[in-house]
Design a protein around this ligand. Sequence first.
Ligand SMILES: Nc1nc2c(c(=O)[nH]1)N[C@H]1C(S)=C(S)[C@@H](COP(=O)(O)OP(=O)(O)OC[C@H]3O[C@@H](n4cnc5c(N)ncnc54)[C@H](O)[C@@H]3O)O[C@H]1N2
Ligand code: MOO
Length: 419
Amino acid sequence: MSPLSLEAARALLLAGLKPPGRVKVKLEEAAGRVLAAAVTAPGPFPPFPRSLVDGYALGPPVAAPGTLPTGLAGPGVIYRLLGTVPAGSNSEITLSPGTAAAIFTGARPPVGTVAIIPRELVGSRGDFISVPGLPPGRHLEPVGAEVAAGEEVLAAGTTLGPAEIGLLAALGLREVLVYQRPRVVLATSGSELLDPAGKAGPPAGSQAGYPGVNVPPCIYNSNFYALAAAVEAAGGRVISLGPLADNLEEQVRAYRSALEEGDLLLTTGGAGGSAGDYTAAAFTRAGGEVLFTELNIRPGRRIIAARAGEKLMLGLPGNPPAALVACYLLARPVIRALGGREPAPVTFPARLAAAIDRPRVERAFLWAQARASGSGWEVTPLPRRPGGIRAAIGANALIDLPPGTAPGPGEEVTVIILS
Ligand SMILES: Nc1nc2c(c(=O)[nH]1)N[C@H]1C(S)=C(S)[C@@H](COP(=O)(O)OP(=O)(O)OC[C@H]3O[C@@H](n4cnc5c(N)ncnc54)[C@H](O)[C@@H]3O)O[C@H]1N2
Ligand code: MOO
């Protein structure tokens, strides 16, 4: 198989994905979930006419106000106050011509109200107020002014954030139909892997003089924790298969059970083409039909994908920063699509704040920091560190660098936003 482009690989993975399931969740559990059906308002909002200010509800004015009570400055229309209407009260006041009632923000105006005027525009003395002309009705919000009964307020596919959840609650909805979170079975392979949560660990320092040291050269299974976080951030639910040894039989058994338990099998390690790399063979033996084994990108050249019926198997490289890049570029779009979200990564053009150090032979993805600047987006490639365990620290973007290019400061590059 010759290396595939990233776009072709993504299209292959996204084609024929099984449609996401739906589930009803309570409003308090709905943050971050994706609406599986449009929401229509069961009733109007506001459900009753209400005052938008603290002030006075006014009845019809009377033509000749009569004598001004002493102390009330004119010119103004005089009203006699009948009482006060607090928010939430079922007031029995009825305003006849020349009468008014004090009213609070959010209260229902009494019967007979023709206008509401803010407190600060009114002169008052005892039971009388003086109003400088009848104000327009903008302080009185009619029933359904914001939402009409039966109106579609949220479209299917909307991600529910605080504002959306507040709107649903305002309409009296208690639960909401959302897409199920895709179940992502996460497996890491490598006989050198140790669980940081486990009891036994390698010595903290060096293994200098190791011929005599009876401790195997193990490293902590960092990919599991990094990828689990990425899966959750993409809206998936992690099912752990635990670290697997470099053993074909063990991996085949594990991956068969993964296909039953999850919507997507995600692995790292063993993706190379050497004798000790079992991912492709294990995917095939577990029932998968291999879609591709190599992409023309760096890092992440070795990514193995297979399809087993409606389920996908995605084998990312073991190298931690390569696993993370591959996860952002391929696994995240699949997980998002399985959860009813827009799969395509968000990309935009940005001006380089610093030069790219050197051209790469293949299309490369470089960890970077993007920020809005006066005239658009600006991006700085992160300094290269030895190895890669710290490569992505501080990154919020990847620069998509075409092969053979090394643009300088001020030149435009394409950036993929990560969060
Ligand atoms: N002769 C060649 N060797 C390698 C090449 C190459 O082109 N020619 N490419 C290198 C690159 S780049 C990568 S990426 C890896 C891909 O191979 P694997 O997917 O089989 O990766 P592993 O060999 O399993 O591991 C590589 C590296 O990462 C560490 N690792 C693995 N899993 C984890 C984990 N869960 N948590 C933390 N670290 C992990 C592992 O110990 C190795 O150090 O192949 C290169 N070799
Ligand atoms: O093949 Mo590796 O995935 O480039 O880092």
